[in-house]
Design a protein around this ligand. Structure first.
Ligand code: PMP
Length: 285
């Protein structure tokens, strides 16, 4: 089956799915997006992703030219059209625009794009062996500059941290906030286990409020695990019993090293495995 990519209500092949070089999404990273998983033919947590998309758009004063219900239907239709039972969706709304210049109010043609594809973010072996992380020297966007709660097309901050990770021989980096606390990773939220408690940085540490993060928090509580949203430093990760990351693309992935320090016994821990199993079961419902 050839790929069908949605742009503003029409479907195009991969070759023909194109937007203007004047689009503010390209010129300035001006737009918002979502990344979602398809499990057994259904988009996981679609409503939560749609809410976050429209909230991100509201925060940057971008009027999405289609109602949330109609766009939700379009996402499901795109999944069906592409015949995907397992996969990944990238939903993008750019500011549009047809001239050079920063003024977003001059842009009258936001572009709504839905790409349904497959993704494998990290090689399979890291799901069984765990990731080796570094702390990036690139600080996560200050919330007063560009709130990390806005899932904007401007990912340069995260890309700078990703460059550091890859140059250090790792594939993911921990990003700190301006206070030196742990915020999140370049494309994932972070959790640690200390004793029988599960701890993750709070939203006001300057993070994206991840939908996988919220799912894992709920599943942990349902399993009687105490969860705290608490500021943490690198030290807390160094001395943690376990560490794992969450994201729609990453799902639940263990991390076993940070900046050369072995976390716990250097293997994916029992609580990580338990929560990963609960997550797998939950998404397969
Ligand atoms: N933090 C960042 C910076 C992200 O880009 C993402 C999503 N890729 C996440 C966290 C995880 O969010 P979610 O679980 O909603 O995919």
């Amino acid at each position: 089956m050839t790929q069908a990519i949605y742009i503003n209500g029409e479907y195009f092949s991969r070759e023909d799915a194109k937007i203007s070089v004047y689009d503010h999404g390209l010129l300035y990273g001006d737009g918002v997006f979502e990344g979602m998983r398809i499990y057994s033919g259904k988009v996981f947590a679609l409503e939560d992703h749609m809410t976050r998309l429209y909230e991100s758009a509201r925060a940057i004063m971008l009027d999405i030219p289609i109602k949330i219900d109609a766009l939700t239907t379009a996402v499901n239709e795109t999944v069906a059209k592409n015949g995907l039972t397992e996969g990944y969706i990238r939903l993008v709304v750019t500011r549009g625009g047809n001239q050079l210049g920063l003024n977003p109010f001059a842009c009258e043609d936001p572009q709504v794009i839905i790409i349904a594809d497959t993704i494998s973010l990290y090689p399979e072996k890291f799901y069984t062996e765990g990731l080796d992380l570094i702390t990036a020297s690139t600080i996560r966007n200050h919330p007063a500059a560009l709130s990390p709660r806005v899932k904007s097309l401007n990912y340069l901050n995260n890309i700078m941290a990703k460059i550091e990770a890859i140059r250090a021989g790792c594939i993911e980096a921990v990003m700190l906030n301006t206070k030196g606390e742990v915020a999140e990773c370049t494309g994932d939220n972070i959790f640690i286990v200390r004793g029988d408690r599960l701890i993750t940085p709070p939203i006001d540490a300057g993070i994206l409020e991840g939908i996988t993060r919220n799912t894992v928090i709920d599943l942990a509580r349902e399993n009687g695990i105490e969860v705290a949203e608490e500021a943490m430093t690198r030290h807390d990760i160094f001395v943690a019993d376990e560490c794992f990351l969450t994201g729609s693309a990453a799902e639940v992935i263990p991390a076993v090293k940070l900046d050369g320090r072995v976390i716990g016994d250097g293997k994916p821990g029992p609580m990580t495995q338990k929560l990963n199993a609960a997550f797998r079961k939950f998404v397969a419902r």
